[in-house]
Design a binder for this molecule. Sequence first.
Ligand SMILES: C[S@@+](CC[C@H](N)C(=O)[O-])C[C@H]1O[C@@H](n2cnc3c(N)ncnc32)[C@H](O)[C@@H]1O
Length: 705
Amino acid sequence: MVLGKRSDYGDAKYAGVQVPFSDDIPKTVESYGLCGFDFVVAPLVRESWRPPAPAVLDNGALPSPLERSDCLYINSSQWANQVVGAVSDWIQPDAANPALRQRSVTALKTQLGWAAHLGLQAVVMPPPHAPGRCPNYAGVLNQALQSLTHMALWLTVPLVIPTPTPAHGADSGAAVSAVAGAGGLDGWEAWHQVRAQCDHHNLLGAALLVGPTLPSPASLKRWAGEPVKALLLPTAVFSANKRGYPVLPKAHQELVAAFFRLGVQVVITGEACHAVPPPAAAAAAAPGAKQVTPAPAAAAAVGPGGEPLGFTVTDPGESHPLRPYWEYLCFLFRRLEVVCEQERQEASYRDYLQVPLQPLQDNLESQTYETFEKDTQKYTLYEEAVFRALKDRQAAEAAAAGPRDPFDPANATDAPAASAASTSGRPVVLMVVGAGRGPLVRASMRAAARAGARLRVYAVEKNPNAVVHIQHMLRTEGWSDCVTLVSADMRHWQAPEPADILVSELLGSFGDNELSPECLDGAQRFLAPGGISIPQSYTSFLAPVTTHKLHHDVKAYKDLEHFETPYVVRLHRHYLLAPTQPLFTFVHPNTDAPIDNSRYDSLVFSRDPADGAAVLHGFAGYFECALYKDVLLSIHPPSHSVNMFSWFPIFFPLREPVYVPAGGEVGVQVWRCCAPHKVWYEWALSAPVAGPIHNVNGRSYWVGL
Ligand SMILES: C[S@@+](CC[C@H](N)C(=O)[O-])C[C@H]1O[C@@H](n2cnc3c(N)ncnc32)[C@H](O)[C@@H]1O
């Protein structure tokens, strides 16, 4: 049974269930599968299993610590896809009692060795028993991680850890934080301690244990940038609605929906799961699950409010007592906003690193232009900007020409504005510089038609291959008489006449990073005095970001060069530690003398103490561009142009993840450096700790002039 287009939100299976120890795991998988769940979380060994005392070796024999009947047993990769192992939760590698500590370490190593041998994809690890102080646990995990190749360890992390009583050995230094729920400790701190000691290993993920009390929404957002693999949702946090169906409180519903959007799967856990017999017997036996009315046989499945879920329950699992929980997850999943076409297109680019284009140094391929041209919203904004500029010119010329004769039919309000296009009678000279395959020429022609303006257009393009497309366009669209095609670099071309309007789109994800300033400085020679540049200005923005996935992907290259490269990336699983701030602004035409496009600035971002500590992996960059007056083109989140997808944000990585304490500051210094043949950025952290300057002298990354 499929829940929906899961691929829209990630490829992971989405709903699992914790089961008791089973001798016959294929049967368990099958029975819970019939009930709807995609996978089970099963103990690796019986609850009663303890590691045997070290054996006296006889004649080199190596006795196995596990008997066949002690442990989860699978022998097929088919089951490995549907079983997540669970390590015994009596294990306490940091117990004060040395015997328990030693036994725990042995048991942990034995169970992880067994799980790896079975080829499981993941294993759920018990929570740190002493949050914030479990060095031995972290040490064993770290050792295990060194030898794992694909099996992931999901550390159980309670979102809120109950404050330990003195009997549990709590002492004053524990990570108490305002972000934890009432009277608890911040689970994020416990997680960070372990993963930092494991050097942010990519096979270590978090399985968040959701309790009845949730931390504040602002502090929960930190998890968006972390490697959360599952939400553990105990049946105890559900309550029964008046129809007897299990439902979640509103805050929990929002939490589950937010994690579904990030592609995180949910595991139903708790006593109820343990008390449930296999389905064959379930119909006869009273369910251990509380307050649940099993769904009627062969009925249309309904959500908790009685609304149809869009499928009919006919399989044998429908009477399973956990079935209503699965149906409730379906209901939450289906309630997610419908994914729009743009999101669907972008889904495969999520959190995928791309090196920025260099349209000045390189010649773009036809397919790249084709992708640009799909973004109709971008061209609509340019059309509007050109239209407004033409109208303003018409108004200015009309004002300069003096009062109009109201009896002159040419001045009637509904007369074609063409007659007023230029009171001087000459067409407006509009130059599209960097015309590509011609879409901005087309947008300008549409604007002129709307404004009733006569245009003389020059389409200037330095890519000789793109020019061929414009030649074709001029023929097919009948513009040969008013559009002149110029195959040249705008910085060196000698224009035959001054331009009234200079239209360009040379912007990168960080605004100036594709060298729009350098190109337009070269082209403004032929802009008439008082002429208009579209765009008029652009500003880059930065924000500190948590993004475990991207940091890991950069680190995987195992070299400095990749840590000193900014990437274009559709940020998905990420968290901004503070609101964005403006960085560099460029204005066109540039009236500075002499012109200097190098820049330096430092920014300080302050974290709200209530949001808790967080980890910093780098900086997310965006731009906002004033095409003409208030016609904005923006990928800056607060002003992002609706339905525009030409640019993804940019990511500046830091070599090492940095802990930012609650209420702490993040300081960054950024340089835009210019040399005769290249432009590059350098960046460095100044707070909470000073860090090395990245990309010194453009040694790893630069943009060619
Ligand atoms: C980002 S593309 C935009 C293309 C097109 N205007 C569009 O919107 O689809 C930038 C274009 O500017 C061209 N370009 C970049 N620098 C240039 C220069 N100095 N002179 C002429 N063309 C340039 C590139 O070859 C490329 O076709």
